[in-house]
Structures are given as C-alpha cells and as structure tokens.
Write a protein that binds this ligand. Structure first.
Ligand code: ATP
Length: 289
C-alpha cells in the first residue's frame, strides 16, 4: 500500500509576538497561508515494525531527527501500531528558510498515515497530536489559511486569500530562530494589526491584505542580516504590492497580482540571489492525485 501527500510551504502574512510566557515559549498571533511550493511525501506501508526515512537533500536528516520520522513514531506509539512505513521526501521547499518545510513534512506524514493505517482521526485530532512535534505542525495539518495563537498550536481556520503571485527569495545565509527571539525587544517595535489582516481576508480584500502585512521579527533579522534587507528593498522597488519576511527569515516574499510584473521581479532577483521562486498563493488543501 502506497500514498502520495503534498506538503506545501507556508508564509506568514502577519506575525506578532505578544509576550514571553512563564514556560519560556512566546505567545504569538500569526496569520499564515500555504503557497504552491511543496515537498512531495511518498509513504509505503511496511509489514515489518520499523520506520525508514530518506531524502536526497543534504540538509535534511535521514534519521529520527527528521520531523516526518517523529510524526510516524508519534502515531505508532500513541496507537500501538505494529506496522512500519517507508517515508521518502522529495524536497522542494528550501531548508531552514522560515517556510515551515519540516513542519509541513510532519503534517503531511500525519495526514497520510491517518489514511494508510485507517486511524480515522479528525483534522483537529491530528493537529493536536502535531503540536507535540512543533508549534507550526498544527497549522500545517490544516493545510489552509488560518490565524494561529498560543505558541502557534491554536488554529482558527480562515478562507483562502484572493489569488495572486508570490515571489520568494532566500539569501544564502542561515538564520537562527533562537538568536532572533533572543534579540527581540517587544517595547520598541511596530506590531502588526492582526485583526485588520483577518478582516481583510474575511472580506477577500486584496489591497487590505497588502496594507496589513507585518512581521515583528523583521526588526531583528533585517538589522542582523543586511542581505535580507537588501532583497526586501529590491522587491519594494520592483513594483511589489506587498513585501514581508516569512517566519524568522531569511526568506522574503512579495505579493504581486500581475503575472508580467511578478515575472520581471523573478528575473531581476535571479541576477543576485540563487534561490528564487515564483508560485501561486494557495491557502486551501490540494491533493496530488
Ligand atoms: P519554521 O518556519 O517552522 O521555523 P524553517 O522553514 O525555518 O521552519 P525547516 O526547513 O523546517 O525550517 O528546517 C529546520 C531544521 O529542521 C533543518 O535545519 C533540519 O535539520 C531539521 N529538519 C528535520 N526534519 C526536516 C524535514 N523533513 N525537512 C527539513 N528540515 C528538517
């Protein structure tokens, strides 16, 4: 038995950090949506009781550190499953980019094994399990558009945003999420207006979405990594409708409605940045079949 599952990248349309909690996690409010840049997860049932994992990408661990492996292990342990699975990850999403690639692979593994192992869990139940793997996994299980609260695990679904092009560029640097949070000073940063973003999505108001993109973590990453700032400025000068950094970075994305303008921006970014993508906004589940 065999199944393919699509694991799309997410972007943050807004990301706010409210305060640091006594348990050391940060209380956040994030509006996230999926884009048509996806890993492909292949799941094959094994009758032997083991988990095998493989990906050709040299930055992705081929062992129990892989979040997809952890997702399979969690289901096996929780439901005492004696069958095994071979997981093959065809990686398209850049690694450690702020696009939740690992979380999306874990979420796709949860969705796929729920079907393959006939567990009949609801999306909500899968998302609750996913929170044990990582804060973004719950959102990724829904595979849609949502407001995420708490440490990211409280997911309130929203309709998909109006269609547009998303141009993404990832400078060739590594950004440590931990360092970004450590350098964050919540007193002196402009906070995004999450409510306005949610309202713009509910109203299907593209300009309203563009007006309210915001990421409180930009205050740190743009200061520490001038490459990220340079890409952001380039996109702003190239006629983007909105530009924002996703997650803690370093990927920056532009929203663009006109295809020809998005194509021009893509071509000019390619001149000085190796990893550039031009994809459609998604915001709703899409199967591979
Ligand atoms: P987020 O946006 O949720 O902070 P990210 O996009 O910044 O995530 P990932 O691509 O998920 O980061 O990878 C972060 C680290 O997780 C990698 O350096 C890698 O070692 C590890 N990892 C574990 N499993 C995976 C996976 N399936 N795909 C990619 N990275 C993985």
């Amino acid at each position: 038995m065999y199944l393919l599952e699509k694991a799309p990248a997410k972007i943050n349309l807004s990301l706010d950090v409210l305060y640091k909690r006594p348990d050391e996690f940060h209380e956040v409010e994030m509006v996230m949506t999926t884009i048509d840049l996806a890993d492909r997860i292949e799941l094959i049932v094994l009758h032997e009781d083991r988990i095998e994992i493989k990906s050709e990408n040299r930055f992705v661990p081929n062992d129990e550190r892989n979040l997809a492996y952890r997702a399979a292990k969690l289901l096996k342990d929780t439901f005492s499953i004696k069958k095994g699975v071979r997981i093959y990850i065809e990686k398209q999403i850049p690694v450690a980019a702020g696009l939740a690639g690992g979380s999306s692979d874990a979420a796709a593994t949860l969705r796929g094994l729920n079907k393959l192992w006939s567990l009949n869990l609801t999306t909500k139940e899968l998302a609750e399990l996913g929170a044990q793997i990582g804060s973004d996994v719950s959102f990724c299980v829904y595979d849609s558009t949502a407001l995420a609260k708490g440490r990211g695990e409280q997911v309130i679904e929203l309709p998909p945003p109006p269609a547009c092009w998303v141009v993404l560029a990832k400078p060739a640097i590594g950004v440590s999420t931990q360092t970004v949070y450590q350098n964050l000073n919540l007193e002196n940063v402009p906070h995004p207006r999450t409510k306005n973003m949610v309202q713009a999505i509910l109203n299907q108001h593209y300009q309203g979405i563009c007006d309210h993109v915001g990421n409180v973590l930009e205050s740190v990453t743009l200061r520490l990594y001038p490459e990220v700032k340079q890409i952001k400025e380039h996109m702003e000068q190239s006629g983007a409708d909105a530009v924002l950094m996703s997650g803690s970075g370093p990927t920056v994305f532009a929203l663009v409605q006109h295809e020809s303008r998005a194509q021009r921006m893509y071509n000019s970014l390619k001149g000085f940045c190796e990893e550039v993508y031009m994809v459609r906004m998604l915001g709703y589940p899409q199967s591979l079949d």
